[in-house]
Write a protein that binds this ligand. Structure first.
Ligand code: NAP
Length: 746
């Protein structure tokens, strides 16, 4: 029991429960245990059961007829099988007081309302149907327990004319039992339950019955594996109750059976014609949908950044940086490969895919719009593109987890579709501003509603005609630029976006890679609507931000010689190479080529003594994520390194400059933090010590690199997030010779 320790004030004076089975008995116990009523009186069809309930403390008082039980009660709960409801209502009606609230717990709601109307001639304002989404295969009072509803949902389906204080009281009663109360219409309830509860029970009953009818049934059941037992657990439920439910929710259940039978027929057909591709599509879509629903229902991000485990990195001094490695794929390109692959004609096979928040959220959203996507499996994804106009209306809102990038890009992409869409996300995404994309999209003719204060959810009205326009971005943003260019695919005429400072241009490049021309003229990117995208293979280049740790590692470790394969060297991202070269690093680009519109090369890095420099301010935005590890390079250099114009670093995952300065101090390196940067005198000894990364993955990895020049052991705490941004960092670090061990505890 969760709330049982907290005494409640009674919500009702006298509660009468008619039907002391599993649900009625459990509710009586919960109400008593939580002190939610002055008195609980109960009655059952069988007197011996009523007596048992009184003797075992389930109820305070007993009655031997429904009419006796409800006299003077201010809440009456009908807890009998749904088809017995009408008789019970007939019996209680003459004794029911005018101010009593009447509710039930039946699994179907349309039938309850029919019974109410038959008995009362109307739907009184104090009759509020209810259905706890809690229970078990066992029935009867002996299976009842007071915490059955704890942390479960209860659906109430009140009439439009409901008496507000009655609804409020009933809500408080259920909440007092630990349940979460939802309200919906009677029809919606019956449809939803037909799909999520009634159909699965029907299938379970039917499957067990089919197998039980086989000649060798004993053998079949003897060898039944765990899967069969799990799947058919609900076939142990009470036959009478379920017979009632199917007959009471006839229409909604028939619809679901027809729908399911048609889908099952298609699977049968696929097996008969040996259509493995079709089977794979259905199974992978189903598996992904199941994972998606669990995330969505708990309002979670796709990637868990708040890992439960405490992870500590321990690094021994010395170590080496030697070998030939490939670091994980670029996040932005992985994300865009899904988007453009889905909108392309033909199949797009992606390798080196990084499963980040943005790409996983986007992948699911396209599945919801009818695109078949296989994987991800070890970095491989196959997208069966539907073309720019082939998306299907989703059945509900598109849930984008924690991904702001996905929400802004989808706003552009969906503004020009023929159907309506709604974009939602987890609690933190729901606080992020969306007007910076909604406003310019409206100028193109999009109809978009936002939540309060320009925040999600975003509702996009379909069937609008978009017109291309020119937009001067007030603040440089790759997301806004990408959003408008994607809307431009669906607009009449040209769409162009000018940026006040260079931002990442992965969207433009990848559009070109998919055969959709985007031109650049100075600071302006431009495209014309009405073209088409063509799918093809994409080997996602390694992320230069991840490669940066190894670029610095090999630059500072005497004797190092390291090759990093297939790294993306998009000029909007290569600030780290420019800065390191200016410090004297020996980095050469080999085997330069183009993948999906992006320049790629193998990077060879050899040890070279570094010198301190004043970092050119124009390089700062091009290396913004790489500064933590560049500070380590600065600490290992001769002479002072000065960083200015990097205010943004103070508001990243942590105040990166301060956290890095504290970490440097912890291993014996002095530095001076300024408002917009830092000054690091080089040539100091890195003594070793304990560094708190404050959960910032880049800080953690940067200090792992520092161990190559440290005199003593370095311990780095709070490193769990490394696994999300750079899966396999520990393994690769060990492979090149960094002396890292990982300690995890619950
Ligand atoms: P249960 O344990 O079998 O209890 C049903 C109770 O109703 C028993 O006390 C039974 O009396 C009484 N009853 C049966 N037929 C009656 C009739 N014709 N007239 C008067 N009383 C009658 O069933 P339950 O699981 O508590 O289910 C009760 C209601 O809750 C049902 O409407 C069901 O749809 C709903 N519900 C059940 C679950 C679940 O998982 N079990 C979950 C949510 C909602 P006896 O003592 O004579 O049998």
């Amino acid at each position: 029991m969760s709330t049982g320790d907290m005494p409640n004030r009674p919500v009702f004076r006298r509660v009468a429960i008619v039907g002391l089975g599993l649900i009625g008995g459990s509710l009586a116990l919960a109400i008593r245990e939580h002190g939610l009523a002055g008195t609980v009186v109960g009655t059952d069809r069988r007197d011996d059961e009523t007596l048992w309930a009184r003797d075992h403390g389930v109820i305070d008082e007993m009655a031997f007829s429904a009419a006796d039980a409800v006299k003077e009660a201010d809440l009456v709960v009908v807890a009998v099988p749904v088809r017995a409801t009408r008789d019970v209502l007939e019996a209680v009606r003459p004794a029911l007081s005018d101010h009593a609230v009447l509710t039930d717990v039946g699994s179907t709601k349309g039938s309850f309302i029919q019974a109410v109307q038959a008995v009362f001639g109307e739907w009184p304002e104090r009759v509020i149907p209810g259905h706890p989404i809690a229970g078990s295969e066992k029935s009867g009072i002996r299976a009842a327990h007071g915490d059955l509803f704890d942390r479960h949902k209860i659906i109430l389906t009140p009439p439009d004319s409901v008496a507000p204080e009655a609804l409020d009281q009933l809500t408080r009663l259920w909440e007092g039992c630990g349940a979460r109360v939802l309200t919906m219409s009677v029809d919606r309830h019956d449809e939803v339950l037909a799909a999520t509860s009634h159909l699965p029970h029907l299938i379970a009953f039917s499957l067990v019955d089919t197998l039980a009818g086989e000649d060798d049934n004993l053998d079949i059941f003897r060898y039944a594996a765990g899967g069969f037992r799990d799947f058919t657990r609900i076939a142990a439920s009470d036959p009478i109750m379920w017979h009632d439910i199917f007959l009471s929710n006839r229409e909604a259940v028939l619809n679901m059976i027809d729908h399911f039978t048609a889908d099952l027929g298609q699977l049968r057909q696929a097996i008969e014609s040996q259509d493995g591709e079709r089977l794979l599509q259905v199974f992978s879509r189903a598996r992904a949908a199941r994972e998606h629903f669990s995330k969505m229902l708990s309002g979670q991000a796709y990637v868990n950044t708040e890992q439960q485990n405490q992870v500590t990195f321990r690094l021994q001094p010395g170590g080496a940086a030697q070998g030939d490695i490939r670091v994980p794929g670029d996040k932005s390109m992985s994300h865009r490969s899904i988007m453009l692959g889905a909108l392309a004609e033909g199949t797009t096979e992606v390798t080196g895919f990084l499963e980040g928040e943005d790409s996983l959220a986007t992948l699911q959203a396209f599945r919801d719009m009818g695109v078949t996507i296989e994987g991800p499996d070890q970095g491989f994804v196959r997208i069966h593109g539907v073309g720019l106009h082939g998306l299907q209306p989703p059945h509900g809102p598109l849930y984008l987890g924690n991904s702001g990038t996905a929400m802004r890009l989808f706003a552009g992409l969906l503004a020009g579709q023929r159907f309506d869409t709604e974009l939602t996300g987890d609690a933190s995404l729901s606080r992020r501003p969306m007007n910076r994309v909604a406003d310019p999209l409206r100028q193109m003719g999009a109809v978009i509603e936002t939540g309060e204060g320009g925040k999600p959810p975003l509702r996009l009205r379909g069937g609008q005609t978009l017109t291309g326009f020119h937009y001067d971005m007030p603040v440089a943003s790759a997301q806004v630029k990408s959003c408008l260019l994607l809307a431009g695919l669906y607009a009449n005429g040209d769409t162009s976006v000018a940026e006040p400072a260079p931002t990442r241009d992965h969207t433009e490049r990848m559009l070109n890679g998919f055969g959709y021309p985007v031109t650049r003229d100075g600071n302006t990117a431009r495209l014309s609507g009405g073209g088409r995208l063509t799918g093809g293979p994409i080997d996602v280049p390694s992320d230069i931000s991840s490669a940066a740790f190894f670029l610095v590692a090999a630059s500072v470790a005497p004797g190092a010689d390291l090759r990093l394969q297939h790294v993306g060297i998009n000029p909007t991202r290569t600030g780290v190479i420019t800065i390191l070269r200016e410090m004297g690093a020996d980095i050469t680009l080999e085997n330069e080529r183009e993948i999906g519109g992006e320049p790629v090369a193998d990077l060879r890095v050899r040890y070279a003594p570094l010198r301190g420099i004043r970092i050119p301010e124009d390089q700062v935005p091009l290396a913004i994520d790489e500064f933590p590890v560049l500070f380590i390079a600065a600490a290992c250099a001769e002479g002072t390194t000065l960083l200015t114009g990097a205010e943004e670093l103070r508001v990243k995952e942590s105040d990166r400059i301060q956290v890095m300065a504290d970490g440097l101090a912890a291993i014996g390196v002095d530095s001076t933090v300024t408002d917009d940067g830092i000054e690091i005198p080089g040539g100091q000894a890195l003594r070793g010590g304990t560094v708190d990364s404050h959960g910032d993955h880049r800080v953690a990895m940067a200090f792992a690199v520092a161990s190559l020049r440290a005199e003593g052991e370095i311990t780095i705490t709070d490193c769990a997030n490394v696994a999300t941004s750079f899966p396999g960092f520990d393994r690769l670090a060990q492979e090149v010779g960094i002396r890292l061990t990982v300690e995890a505890c619950e």
